[in-house]
Design a protein. Structure first.
Length: 312
């Protein structure tokens, strides 16, 4: 009998924590301040981003010119895009300069970050100087660089007897991409350097001191210690720099305007020029939808690849 009594009381005792948890969960409430902050922001975000995006997708299936009446044309715009040589060249050129810009930005900014994070005099002053290009307007600086590539640089090339530099690269179909890449890298390095410096400051100095005691040289410290520990920052920089490079627009407007002979037209520049000034609103809207899908695929591939490398 006593054994029976004990066994019958055990479930009642075990139910008490569960009842307490349910009671605590039922009494738990979310502060209304969170709703007052998030709901208006979500509404504004949807109105100014999702609604135009969805409407843009709708326009891509029409023959709209951005105003007036329009008709539904189905997939004609998308079919025309895949047979348009100008659009194909814009995509190839965009990815070509994006890869070069991304590689150069990350190599230069990582090098500068390591230098600016070392024990040097006037370190904070140098950091401010290197960050100045990022806060300057791209169009304004682009026109300054346009003058440099049009006048002083060719004059220097003639004085030094360098044939390819004696004429402005902006007028050459073969070299017009160089000024675009140069300006994009010059401005993009600043922000990436800042992110790399933030990553370097998360590394404890004791790790380097222990490595020095073991006789590790400077290159081994960077490759075996620094680079693996700032892996997440490398991922962030690669994603951001590639995203910005694929959206290269202001540099083209300021330097080449897509020329010469449409050789420096990027996808974003082509969408703007054809869609807003060329009477191809619906056609370039379809191009924008395709470009969005391409960017999303590239971002997912890049993130997956970078995370797999971090885990290794």
């Amino acid at each position: 009998m006593s054994a029976t009594v004990v066994s019958s009381k055990q479930p009642a005792a075990s139910d008490k924590p569960a009842k307490k948890r349910k009671t605590a969960f039922s009494k738990r409430k979310v502060d209304r301040a969170y709703y007052w902050m998030t709901v208006p922001a979500a509404i504004i975000f949807a109105v100014f981003l999702y609604v135009p995006f969805i409407r843009g997708i709708g326009y891509s299936f029409t023959n709209s010119q951005g105003y007036g009446n329009f008709k539904w044309v189905g997939l004609r715009n998308y079919q025309a895009l895949f047979s348009d040589d100008r659009v194909g060249h814009a995509y190839l050129f965009t990815f070509f300069i994006a890869i070069i810009i991304t590689v150069l930005i990350n190599l230069i900014s990582m090098f500068l970050a390591v230098l600016l994070n070392s024990k040097i005099a006037f370190k904070n002053g140098f950091r401010a100087i290197f960050f100045i290009p990022y806060i300057l307007g791209t169009l304004v600086i682009g026109y300054v660089f346009k003058y440099i590539f049009m006048t002083p640089l060719p004059a220097l090339g003639k004085a030094l007897g360098i044939g390819w530099l004696s004429e402005s690269m902006l007028t050459s179909e073969q070299y017009a991409w160089v000024p675009v890449v140069f300006l994009a890298v010059w401005q993009g390095v600043a922000y990436s350097t800042l992110l790399y410096i933030a990553g370097l400051q998360t590394i404890d100095d004791e790790i380097y001191e222990a490595a020095s005691i073991d006789g590790v040289n400077a290159w081994q410290k960077f490759w075996k210690i620094t680079f693996p520990l700032i892996g997440p920052f490398v991922t962030i920089n690669l994603v951001l720099s590639l995203k910005n490079a694929l959206g290269t627009f202001d540099q083209v407007v300021a330097l080449t305007e897509g020329g010469p002979n449409s050789s420096t037209e990027t996808v974003t520049y082509l969408i703007w020029k054809g869609g807003l000034t060329g009477g191809e609103y619906a056609y370039q809207t379809a191009n924008a939808v395709i470009f969005f899908i391409v960017l999303a695929i590239v971002a997912f591939i890049q993130l997956g690849f970078s995370r797999s490398k971090e885990q290794i």
